[in-house]
Unconditional design. Structure first.
Length: 159
């Protein structure tokens, strides 16, 4: 995927010291961040689930796209510099390139997660944990009225 840095270059820079929060789980979201340099830890419910160190990585996309509070806490582990895109949903509605890059990022993460879950399910076939994996896999295919339904015509209008 191309770098997101040029897309965010016109926005403000935010620097974090080690240990400083970018945002906390449950806080109101709405801003996107693009990592320039540094190292971030991602925690959900007090469990570290990821580290982010790749320049141009996008952070905060879940709260922007879902219109919900932040789903995780993100904290700097090293001195970190980020570009901030405030009110990102409005910008996504106007910038198809950024929106496509964000969609590609989300699809890539979902693909990796699905592949890992399938591998795990194969490893524990027939064991009691399989019911948990079944719920996780089913959860990847959301059928929830809180989310807008998207069909083929939303993406490819009839000509």
């Amino acid at each position: 995927m191309e770098s997101s840095l040029p897309l965010a270059a016109a926005h403000s820079t935010r620097t974090l010291a080690p240990g400083e929060l970018l945002f906390a789980q449950g806080e109101r979201g709405g801003d996107l961040f693009v990592l320039e340099s540094g190292l971030l830890a991602v925690e959900r419910d007090g469990v570290k689930i990821a580290t982010i160190a790749t320049p141009s990585a996008i952070i905060g996309e879940m709260s922007v796209l879902l219109g919900r509070p932040n789903s995780a806490t993100v904290r700097a582990e090293d001195p970190t510099s980020l570009l901030m895109i405030p009110d990102a949903r409005r910008i996504l509605e106007q910038d198809p390139v950024l929106t496509l890059r964000l969609a590609m990022l989300m699809a890539s993460r979902l693909d990796v997660t699905s592949a890992l879950l399938v591998d795990l399910k194969k490893q524990i076939r027939g064991k009691s944990e399989q019911s948990l994996l079944g719920r996780i896999l089913a959860g990847l295919h959301v059928d929830d009225a809180r989310y807008p339904t998207v069909d083929r015509h939303d993406l490819f209008p009839p000509v």
